[in-house]
Design a protein around this ligand. Structure first.
Ligand code: 2AM
Ligand code: CA
Length: 257
């Protein structure tokens, strides 16, 4: 499907408006509910998703909808939405969180919007058409070696079995990297790769809605995106690695040892 300006504008609009809903709740006392093992949801997640779902379902009745909080179905063309990526940060008053909206065609992201309300930054991309932040085109250089790189990661959560294999790779990266950061919002991390702030990012055990939009944005900005072993990545992959070209090669070698 061709991504028209109308469809991109609608996704950007709804992401920015959902961001306003999040800001309205941010820093206030929140109703926090446990939805799974060490997994929480707040009223802000729910209100943001409801708003996005209502808007997109009304504007695009032929496109399916899947949201982290309300579910749905992955069928043909599907909106895949994380209404608040970085819920734990948000609930604790740490201002690193994002709204993530991807459009999937047969389970593959063909367009993505990530909005960071606390920074007033809206990132977007569509397949083959490049990535942008607030109207400025993003174009990454080829990157350098790990010892000169500023990289981000996410720690495994929810599945204790991922911790040991994750630590093996983290140990190797920590011995070489200029610096390693951990923010707690994968959509935010991925657009910061697109932005060139992070030279690379990897994480284990993410969900499709955490990565779909950020992945197409970082790819369209010029990052290479695979799993940590350099194999083809899709939204259901167990691991993700997005990095500038030269760093990507070095990280794949490190993780594959
Ligand atoms: P979330 O805030 O939408 O849940 C940080 O490592 C990333 O992992 C975030 O993108 C976060 O998305 C996700 N995450 C945090 N805790 C999680 C859990 N218990 N299960 C699955 N994903 C989680
Ligand atoms: Ca979320």
């Amino acid at each position: 499907m061709t991504i028209t300006k109308d469809i991109m504008d609608a996704a950007k609009y709804v992401a920015v408006e959902a961001g306003k809903i999040l800001l309205k709740h941010f820093g206030k006392t929140l109703k926090i509910e446990e939805k799974g093992l060490r997994d929480i949801v707040t009223d802000a997640d729910r209100e943001s998703e409801e708003f996005i779902k209502d808007f997109l379902s009304r504007e695009f009745p032929d496109i399916s909808f899947y949201g982290e909080e309300s579910g749905g179905k992955f069928e043909g063309l599907t909106w895949l939405v994380d209404p608040l990526d970085g819920t734990k940060n948000f609930a604790k008053g740490l201002d690193i969180f994002a709204v993530s909206i991807a459009l999937l065609e047969d389970r593959k992201p063909i367009m993505g919007v990530v909005h960071i309300p606390t920074k007033g930054m809206t990132f977007w991309a569509s397949e083959g058409k490049g990535a942008y932040v607030n109207g400025r085109k993003l174009l990454l250089d080829e990157g350098c070696s790990l010892d000169r790189s500023f990289v981000a990661t996410g720690f495994p959560h929810g599945n204790p079995e991922l911790v040991d294999p994750y630590i093996v790779g983290l140990r190797r990266v920590l011995k070489k990297a200029m610096a390693v950061r951990r923010l707690g919002s994968a959509a935010y991390d991925l657009v910061m790769v697109a932005y060139g702030m992070f030279d690379g990012f990897w994480e284990f055990g993410l969900k499709p809605w955490d990565t779909a939009a950020g992945a197409i944005i970082s790819k369209e900005a010029g990052a290479v995106i695979t799993d940590i072993y350099g194999r083809d990545w899709d939204i259901f992959s167990l691991t993700v690695l997005a990095a500038k070209k030269n760093l990507h090669r070095e990280l794949v070698e490190i993780f594959s040892q």
